[in-house]
Design a protein around this ligand. Structure first.
Ligand code: UD1
Length: 417
């Protein structure tokens, strides 16, 4: 079984060239289906999720080539209208293919994504939005079939600012007839990136980053080149790797504003944070971290995707921290693994109470989802003795060259199988 073996205790120090954002790249690759011509996407992270998205586009008939971090998509022959079940299971983000496929082909059949490792993750907001643009949506025998002759612009109010639903509706509305206004949209940086990509290809979208987006439908999109921005969650993870090892690290290639709430909490723990040359973040950890309280919220609030990394560093902080997870219902699955390493954490519903201890101790622990898995690596970096993290395929869904990057800043970690 593929395993990360970590000899904990080294103070990390050095520089990281940050990978492109997974959560920006995935919808942008999906949006390439809307483009009449070639979409060139630079700084695409090479991770299991982007590779799976590439496989999906190939299965739908697109031409996709990849040279290092450059993805090139030509959707001219994208004429299949069914997403294969195995690929749908491999990557939940395949749901964001609904909008572009409907807009370009008028039909898409896929399996219901169902439950997943961090909670039930319903898709009602995606489906309601597409219905309001005129699509019919039938759910039968575990399949979803969406069809439409021509999407028509509409006014849509989201009950919750879902990232995926905002993206799906934006992409569908890009080629719809007339104007679409979406209210209470997600304000995450990934939405700004999607708007930028689509507009460069000839779309007419405004408002991303605020809570209302306006889309004037256009007839077609043209060739486009786009470079994906840095991954704010991976950046946050590397900052936490310095925080938990009393180290100092420079993470290069990220808009600091996108990490504001994470940086704010890291400062509260006693870390020194400096922004250098507009898009590099330097962190220096104190000898002992301080406890902090955190509530996860939609952007610009504290991201749920950073919750497990912060809980992990707080296991070694002075005092008690209270964490409230407000976005997903089952996002503490990594906690029993941290407890195996000696952490003192009590989970009650949405709340985790973390009492700082002096040392974590190495153990064999299992990653069960992406960010929780990365957090076990963070724990291993600080723990006494050897930690073996199994289930690394989850971590490799989102982290490009994780082991190599950590080794470059002084970690004693290797991947064995
Ligand atoms: C995206 C991110 C994920 C991040 C999450 C929240 C990608 C590929 N993934 O996931 O890393 O953790 O945003 O920041 O970008 N919901 C509904 N009905 C819907 C859709 C969502 O009730 O139709 C609920 C979900 O159950 C959840 C909340 O809304 O409680 C947030 O989900 P959403 O913002 O949609 O997350 P994703 O787009 O799936």
């Amino acid at each position: 079984m593929d395993t990360y073996v970590i000899n904990g205790g080294n103070r990390l120090s050095g520089e990281i060239n940050l990978q492109g954002s997974k959560n920006s790249a995935l919808p942008i690759i999906a949006a390439s289906i809307l483009v009449d011509g070639n979409a060139l996407i630079k700084r695409c992270p090479i991770i299991r999720d982007t590779v799976a998205m590439k496989e999906l586009l190939l299965a739908l008939g697109c031409k996709v080539s990849q040279e290092k971090n450059l993805f090139k998509v030509d959707a001219t022959n994208c004429n299949k209208d069914e997403i294969p079940e195995d690929l749908m299971k491999e990557i939940r983000s395949s749901i964001v293919l609904m909008g572009p496929m409907l807009a370009r082909h008028g039909r898409i059949k896929l399996t219901h994504p169902g439950g997943c490792e961090i909670g039930s993750r319903p898709i009602d907001l995606h489906l309601n939005g597409l219905r309001q643009l005129g699509a019919t949506v039938n759910e039968e025998h575990g399949y979803i079939i969406c069809e439409v002759n021509r999407l028509i612009g509409s006014e849509i109010d989201l009950d919750f600012p879902s990232v995926g639903a905002t993206e799906n509706i934006m992409m569908a509305a890009t080629l719809a007839e007339g104007v679409t206004i979406i209210r209470n949209v997600a304000r995450e940086p990934e939405i700004i990136e999607l708007q930028e990509f689509l507009n460069r290809a000839g779309a007419n979208i405004e408002g991303a980053g605020s809570n209302i987006i306006k889309i004037k439908g256009v007839n077609k999109l043209h060739d486009v080149e786009y470079e994906v921005g840095g991954d704010r969650i991976v950046a946050g993870t590397y900052l936490c790797s310095a925080a938990i090892t009393r180290g100092e690290v420079l993470v290069k290639g990220i808009i600091p504003e996108y990490l504001r709430s994470t940086l704010h909490k890291l400062k509260e723990t006693g870390c020194t944070i400096k922004i250098m040359n507009k898009e590099n973040i330097f962190i220096k950890a104190p000898e002992k971290l301080k406890s902090v309280n955190i509530k996860t919220m939609p952007f610009p609030g504290f991201p749920t995707d950073m919750q497990s990394q912060m809980v992990t560093i707080l296991t070694l902080a002075q005092g008690t921290s209270i964490i409230m997870e407000n976005i997903f219902e089952n996002r503490y699955k990594y906690v029993p693994e941290l407890i195996k390493m000696g952490a003192s954490i009590i989970v009650e519903g949405k709340t985790a109470i973390v009492t700082g201890i002096e040392n974590l101790t190495g153990a064999t622990v299992e990653a069960r989802e992406l960010r929780g898995g990365a957090s076990l690596v963070l724990a291993g970096l600080a723990a006494r003795d050897v930690t073996s993290v199994i289930g690394v395929r989850y971590i490799e869904r989102g982290y490009e060259d994780f082991v190599e990057n950590l080794r470059n800043i002084g970690a004693d970690i290797k991947r064995v199988n």
